[in-house]
Ligand binder design. Structure first.
Ligand code: AMP
Length: 139
């Protein structure tokens, strides 16, 4: 697979403010934080988007994310935070190597701002949609 910006950070070709590393996961400070402590958590496997990631890497990420969240919150003295994971240009992904953002939310000015354009689930289309997704899971 092609080398990504984050592969170069993982291998040390590009410097970073490293926070954590194990066999499958690397974590470091975001270079353009939206709040102090904004941290990236990256699988060493260079999958572009989450749906392409192996179960092994996904499990490794799942194991360490909670403790990294605890560490970021403790170090920044923040109680609220978001975990963000973008996939695809349309969803604001800029680096095509899977990564999770841990973003402290110290106040209304800093951290993640969210637009949440809700509409009630249509009771007519809901069952069909759920069944289509269940079928996709099995295929
Ligand atoms: P995304 O929009 O989800 O793809 O986020 C990519 C993130 O990578 C952005 O928040 C960038 O600030 C961050 N980023 C890009 N280059 C670097 C770098 N060299 N070191 C640390 N973070 C970076």
């Amino acid at each position: 697979m092609a080398e990504t910006l984050f592969s170069k950070i993982i291998s040390g070709q590009i410097p970073s403010f490293k926070i954590y590393e194990d066999d499958d996961v690397f974590s470091f400070l975001d270079i353009n934080p939206v709040a102090p402590g904004h941290t990236l958590v990256v699988p060493k496997e260079p999958a572009q988007t989450l749906d392409q990631l192996s179960e092994k890497s996904a499990a490794a990420l799942g194991r360490v994310l909670p403790k990294l969240c605890r560490a970021v919150m403790k170090a920044t003295g923040t109680r609220s935070y978001n975990v963000l994971q973008n996939n695809g240009i349309g969803a604001h992904q800029a680096v095509f190597h899977v990564h999770f953002h841990i973003i402290p939310k110290p106040d209304s000015e800093q951290g993640l701002g969210i637009k949440w354009p809700i509409k009630p689930l249509d009771p007519q289309t809901g069952p069909t949609l759920a069944s289509q997704i269940r079928e996709a899971l099995e295929s």
